[in-house]
Design a protein around this ligand. Structure first.
Ligand SMILES: Nc1nc2c(ncn2[C@@H]2O[C@H](COP(=O)(O)OP(=O)(O)OP(=O)(O)O)[C@@H](O)[C@H]2O)c(=O)[nH]1
Ligand SMILES: [Mg+2]
Length: 631
């Protein structure tokens, strides 16, 4: 069954509540004070089932709003989720200030459909009714309520005249309303919080999107607390599930009424984030004063309101009737998504001055206007929006979880909308991250540059460690790994163990350095265990001392030379030979002393002691008193 939310709008006392009662039989004025004063103060609710022209049943949920100028903020809390408006104008009074203000609000909120109702038709004669009708027609010309697509119906709630015609018009309009999307993530702005005997905490609201079922978990924003849905009511009757577009009441567990209030939003858990920064497209009413950069305004979206500072992107001020891109800095955080509409009211005196649409609810802190970015968001094509959001993140890419939080779209929808770009390769998917091909290409070009730079600064080191290279790119582990793989596949880089180097380049030495390296290695190799002192070797080289020291360090790192004490360095082959000699001795001589060792190797005592200690450390021998046991 299709559910449609119908809101009333119009000046005080023009007969909105009476009209809702005449249509539904329900008095939406529920407060004692409302009944006593005969005016509506807060929003009220009613419901009605009608047959659509197709024969299907339509379920209409009514949100009746107050007309009094002092209660416009309550009107705003009610009008946020409506699909269709009944603009109520009393035939005996015609267009009045809140007729205009409520109508402006509906236009700014982009309410798409409506019916204009001339109420109290019993109080005027036919000629007067005709004059009012013409006046109203004129007023609505060119708007979403233009006579060409929205009827004007005269009724009397007192006599019932015209109500049949209004019902027919309502059924037609409601059947043409586009249903809200029940396949996306759930969001429910809270408009009432109360306790019900035997139930506990109950909240109500118009479900903007998705579905909410019994026993489901929800998160409340901006507080972030989690709670469980104990029971669901739709239009006053118990249900298993509420679907987008329905007036919904939820009985909640794990939360008291003190923790909840009008203006908070319930949503699918672990998905969204509250924000105090919004990038928006705003429109200023022609009747408003110019809006200056850094101006303060009242901000209303769905059932919430707060104070906002307006920062303009392009100009110093917005002219009456003009549009502008702006950043709104909210005094209190809230959960909003792109596409959500808002209203701005002047700080003081409080009157409606404009409104607009949220383009980005997760903008970076700095106001850097990426060319065309907000324009693409405003255009509203999901695939293009996703591509722009991916591109904005550059080499870091956009995680799926971020894409979901930023757009309010489900993962499968995102994948579906990006299918073309992924196939064409303009957007790449790397594990859980989406990266634009151009950013990835940039990264691919940067990495060999970073490696080349490292080679320049460290000519004697074989390559940069993967970790150091990763740190320099600052991208995620997955993106770095993918980029490195690609660079290797494209034969730009090579990897040896943990070190990355440019292709065809291990350690590149200048000629005399390479020569010196050979000299040093040979000097040690031919000396066997009777090594020269390092000083002696270095003295015979053509390179300077610092370079020579580096070469030795390199030989030590590559384990060609082995340092066994502070000033004794041996060639690895000499030590390997020694080891073999000692091990071979074991069967005939299980124990040796220093003198025997000196005989065996031909080295002096100065060398013998450190060498034996080295063998102990290497577990070739073990010292027992003055002897060594061969292990
Ligand atoms: N004669 C006549 N009186 C009406 C009609 N509709 C409403 N009224 C009277 O107009 C007065 C205001 O009606 P409401 O329905 O409370 O007006 P409202 O627009 O809901 O007012 P607020 O919610 O305070 O803005 C009441 O005294 C109604 O009895 C009508 O069709 N004919
Ligand atoms: Mg009323």
């Amino acid at each position: 069954m299709k559910s449609v939310i119908v809101g009333t709008a119009g000046h005080i006392d023009h007969g909105k509540t009476s009209l809702v009662k005449a249509l539904t039989g329900i008095d939406a004025d529920r407060l004692e004070e409302e009944k006593r004063r005969g005016i509506t103060i807060d929003i009220g609710f009613a419901h009605l089932e009608l047959s659509a022209p197709s024969g299907d049943t339509l379920r209409l949920g009514f949100v009746d709003v107050p007309g009094h100028e002092r209660f416009v903020r309550n009107m705003l809390a009610g009008v946020g989720g409506i699909d269709l408006v009944l603009l109520v104008i009393a035939a005996d009074e015609g267009i009045k200030p809140q007729t205009r203000e409520h109508f402006d609000i509906c236009r700014l909120l982009a309410v798409r459909r409506g019916i204009t109702v001339l109420t109290k038709s019993d109080t005027v004669d036919a000629d007067t009714l005709e004059v009012v009708r013409l006046e109203v027609e004129d007023f609505l010309r060119g708007s979403f309520l233009d006579l060409s697509h929205s009827p004007i119906v005269a009724v009397s709630s007192l006599t019932g005249a015209g109500l049949g015609q209004l019902r027919t018009a309502l059924a037609k309009a409601a059947s043409e309303v586009l249903t809200k999307d029940s396949t996306t993530l759930a969001r429910l702005p809270i408009d009432r919080v109360f306790t019900m005997k035997g139930f506990g905490t109950v909240v109500t609201g118009t479900l903007l999107s998705g579905t909410i079922s019994k026993e489901e978990e929800l998160e409340v924003f901006p507080a972030g607390k989690r709670l469980r849905v104990r029971g669901v009511q739709v239009h006053g009757a118990a249900a298993e599930q509420a679907i987008a577009g329905q007036r919904t009441a939820l009985n909640l567990a794990g939360v008291s009424t003190d923790d909840l209030a009008r203006g908070m939003m319930l949503a699918t858990p672990d998905t969204f984030q509250s924000t105090s920064r919004l990038d928006v497209s705003l429109s200023l009413l022609a009747s408003a004063k110019p809006l200056k950069d850094r101006g303060r305004v009242h901000f209303h979206a769905y059932t919430m309101e707060t104070i906002a500072e307006v920062r303009l992107y392009e100009a110093k001020q917005v002219a009456p009737g003009a549009k502008a891109y702006a950043r709104l800095k909210l005094a209190e955080p809230t959960l909003l998504s792109p596409g959500d509409r808002f209203i701005l009211r002047q700080f003081s005196p409080v009157v409606t001055i404009g409104g607009g649409v949220v383009l980005d609810a997760a903008p970076p802190p700095k106001m850097n206007l990426v060319p065309d970015f907000l324009g693409v968001l405003e255009l509203g094509l999901p695939g293009k929006i996703l591509e722009a959001r991916v591109a904005r993140r550059g080499q870091h890419g956009l995680l799926f979880s971020q894409a979901i939080a930023e757009t309010g779209w489900r993962r499968d929808f995102i994948l579906q909308e990006l299918a073309g770009a992924l196939q064409q390769g303009t957007v790449l998917r790397i594990a859980e991250t989406l990266v634009s091909a151009s950013s990835f290409t940039e990264l691919l070009a940067t990495i060999p540059d970073l490696v080349a730079e490292f080679h320049r600064n460290n000519p004697l080191v074989a390559g940069i460690s993967k970790k150091e290279l990763h740190d320099k790119t600052r991208v995620s582990t997955e993106i770095f790994a993918a980029a490195l793989d690609t660079a290797i596949r494209e034969k730009k880089l090579e990897v040896a163990g943990e070190l990355v180097h440019l292709r065809g380049r291990g350690v590149v030495m200048k000629d005399e350095e390479a020569e010196s390296k050979k000299t040093i290695e040979q000097a040690f190799a031919s000396a066997g265990l009777k090594v020269p002192s390092l000083k002696e070797v270095l003295a015979n080289l053509t390179v300077d001392k610092l370079r020579a020291q580096k070469i030795v360090t390199l030989l030590l790192r590559d384990k060609i030379l082995v340092k066994i004490s502070d000033d004794l360095v041996f060639h690895h082959s000499a030590l390997a030979e020694l080891r073999q000699k000692i091990v071979a001795l074991k069967s005939t001589t299980p124990k040796i002393d220093v003198a025997r060792f000196k005989d065996l190797t031909g080295v002096s005592r100065k060398y013998a002691i450190p060498l034996l200690e080295y063998l102990d450390r290497e577990r070739v021998t073990r010292r027992v008193g003055a002897d060594r046991v061969i292990l």
